[in-house]
Write a new protein. Structure first.
Length: 129
């Protein structure tokens, strides 16, 4: 039950970020979309930062699971690059909300000095090729 609730919150967060933007993705808005209270989100996540980190990890895990097996199957650099580009485009085509949410997080999550916190290189597993 807890895993299902966490997954629901993550999915609602993806939907809110994709439709409204990262800046508008408040815990109250996410809770409203999920049909729960903010307290339920706080029970499952320590705060918005932890929730956003889980969304990021969830989407990047899905990307790597869908794209990297094809990349790894290629023996030459040109084939790996082609597989990566084609796989990334296929991911975007098939997972539009997740792709938009990921870009919103990359662009919206900043340090107090305005530095970008995350990008594709932040999620290392499988991207070393």
């Amino acid at each position: 039950m807890e895993e299902a609730r966490r997954a629901q919150i993550v999915q609602c967060t993806i939907e809110i970020i994709a439709s409204m933007g990262y800046a508008q993705a408040s815990l109250a808005t996410i809770a409203e979309r999920a049909g729960i209270s903010k307290g339920v989100i706080s029970y499952h996540f320590a705060g918005k930062d932890e929730l956003i980190a889980q969304v990021y990890t969830s989407v990047m895990t899905k990307v790597t699971q869908l794209v990297l097996p094809t990349v790894a199957a290629q023996s030459r650099a040109a084939g790996k690059l082609r597989a990566y580009i084609e796989g990334s485009i296929a991911f975007i085509a098939g997972h539009g909300q997740e792709a938009v949410a990921l870009l919103e997080i990359w662009n919206g999550l900043r340090t107090s000095t305005g530095q970008q916190v995350l990008d594709a290189r932040t999620y290392e597993p499988g991207l070393e090729f």
